[in-house]
Design a protein around this ligand. Structure first.
Ligand SMILES: [Fe+2]
Length: 348
């Protein structure tokens, strides 16, 4: 079995049970295309499986299964192959039915105008090439999209690692805050998990917690490391860090969604926090979670002017702040999370 005609041109599989029709069509098409013939559906499927085809020109009425079955087979298994259906004048309706089922065109027999036949086949070939090109283009677009998404994700991670490195360097300037952001992130993840938060939302809370004090980069070192009470001016200066952090995070497109966690981790439920004096639900839940984690770590860490607070006392203080400084529901989740075995390990 092989195609015959002009080498390198489109392959036309002609299917008809009448030898005279096959002969006429072969003679007509073989000087422009490559042609192969079959006399029934099973023969046609054999040809397709072995050699494929660019266009199948098939009679509708064949002995055994009809040309419509062949059409369905081609549409299912050969997405780049077009089908042109031949029917007798009497069955124009079934030609239209064939188009509805995915045939590209139809030809009425007997052929009055052979030029029309080759014209329709040529157009079917062009249509097939167009859809093939379009499909290839779509595939390329999909691959490019996937690559872009991957690159974006890698870039986002690289950013996070860079900023986390900056924060480590920042914390390293001060023995008392060393590891603070990492611990806050670990507590925040445990609290959020206890609230049923998972997946991408949980990852974002971890990232936001890592970044929450990023703005301390803009706080003067003498104020940051001061042993003893801060003056009003110094305290006001420290209070700018959520705004500075939010400004930095806002400049990085990949982090913009983390901005509320950075900006609002010092807000209070009663509206007496900073920088915006938001209250209750106005503060994003993730920021309310980080606020609890932040308070707990601050209390249980050693400070230049005091020893770390005992854990049970810190938990009691957190509990007492529920509904005024801290969100009561988050505090409840915090108390649950604090019973978990992993919780104590964060402090070490
Ligand atoms: Fe802070």
């Amino acid at each position: 079995m092989q195609y015959e005609g002009v080498a390198g041109t489109a392959r036309i599989l002609v299917v008809d049970d009448e030898d005279s029709i096959l002969e006429v069509l072969t003679e007509l098409l073989a000087n422009q295309f490559q042609v192969l013939t079959a006399s029934d559906v099973s023969g046609a499927i054999e040809c397709l499986d072995e050699l494929g085809a660019d266009v199948v020109l098939t009679d509708k009425n064949l002995p055994g299964p009809s040309g419509l079955l062949l059409l369905a087979h081609v549409k299912k298994h050969f997405e780049d192959t077009e089908v042109v259906m031949m029917t007798g004048y009497a069955s124009l309706e079934s030609a239209i039915e064939a188009m509805r089922l995915g045939a590209y065109d139809y030809l009425l027999k007997p052929f009055d105008d052979v030029a029309l036949v080759s014209d329709k086949i040529r157009r079917a070939v062009e249509k097939g090439e167009l859809s093939k090109d379009r499909r290839k283009l779509m595939e390329q677009v999909l691959v490019a999209n996937a690559e872009l998404r991957l690159a974006h994700e890698q870039l986002r991670k690289a950013y996070l690692e860079t900023v986390a490195g900056m924060i480590k360097a920042l914390e390293a300037r001060d023995a008392y805050t060393r590891g603070h952001s990492e611990r806050v992130a670990s507590y925040a993840v445990l609290i959020a998990s206890a609230m049923g938060i998972q997946g991408k939302d949980l990852d974002e809370i971890r990232e936001g917690a890592i970044l929450h004090d990023l703005g301390k980069i803009g706080v003067r070192e003498d104020v940051l490391n001061k042993k003893g009470r801060l003056t009003d001016e110094e305290f006001a200066h420290i209070k700018t860090h959520p705004l500075i952090g939010a400004e930095i995070v806002g400049m990085i497109e990949a982090y913009r969604h983390l901005l509320p966690m950075v900006r609002h981790h010092h807000e209070r439920i009663d509206g007496r926090g900073y920088p915006d004096g938001l209250r209750g639900d106005e503060i994003q839940l993730s920021a309310r979670i980080i606020a609890v984690a932040d308070c707990f770590d601050a209390m249980t860490s050693k400070r230049p002017y005091r020893d770390p607070m005992p854990i049970e006392k810190a938990k009691k203080e957190i509990q007492d702040s529920a509904g005024t400084q801290l969100d009561a529901r988050v505090v409840g989740a915090f108390l649950m999370a604090s019973m978990q075995p992993g919780f104590m390990e964060i402090m070490d």
